[in-house]
Write a protein that binds this ligand. Structure first.
Ligand code: IMP
Ligand code: MG
Length: 179
């Protein structure tokens, strides 16, 4: 499995340190507002689990699945949300996502929650690839800004490969093509 990774981009230690710092920042800001944390599956599951252990105040967690309708490799900008059945009206929401790429998923998702009457929607992403943006979107909290490389690990996958790695690695696309 390791041979399909050509480079370790972010080590396990660096991830854990950054997640701890993000958790402390979020704790300071949200400790009195009893927010609803919404983790976007599948990619954010590991980030979310570690982050939650560092958000040391009362909160609720709900998981949603957001899928982009893709037209070949280009996202057409539509996002469907499934698995969500909580009332978000007048709640402070913290949306947790693995990575922002084009910006489609999170811009649509935040608008969706705004339209449902959320009091506030704060986005927290582990990774940001700003050079790939096609839709204007800036997450409020970012773990790491990265270059335009396809990465896996710590929840992120390439055709389901790599989610269980404890670090973020760059995929060697020549070795995963025939998965
Ligand atoms: P966006 O709507 O283009 O911002 O898409 C974000 C989604 O694309 C993420 O939630 C990931 O599922 C996926 N994605 C984008 N870049 C990567 C990557 O480098 N590795 C794994 N998944 C990625
Ligand atoms: Mg995703």
């Amino acid at each position: 499995m390791e041979s399909k990774i050509k480079e370790t981009l972010i080590t396990e230690e660096a991830l854990q340190a950054r997640v701890k710092a993000l958790g402390a920042e979020l704790t300071e800001r949200f400790k009195d507002s009893h927010p609803l944390v919404i983790a976007v599956l599948n990619g954010s599951f590991m980030f979310c689990a570690d982050l939650m252990k560092n958000m040391t105040f009362p909160l609720e967690i709900q998981f949603v699945k957001a899928s982009s309708y893709k037209n070949e490799s280009v996202s057409d900008g539509n996002v469907s949300v499934t698995g969500f059945d909580l009332d978000v009206k007048d709640r402070d929401l913290i949306v947790i996502e693995d990575i922002v790429d084009s910006g489609n998923t999170l811009s649509k998702l935040t608008r969706y929650f705004d339209e449902l009457g959320a009091k506030s929607v704060t986005t927290v992403v582990l990774l940001d690839k700003p050079s790939r943006r096609t839709v204007a979107f800036e997450p409020e909290y970012t773990g790491f800004v990265i270059d335009d490389k396809f990465v896996v690990g710590y929840g992120l996958d390439y055709a389901q490969f790599g989610r269980n790695l404890p670090y973020i690695g760059v995929v060697d696309l020549s070795k995963v093509d025939n998965l």
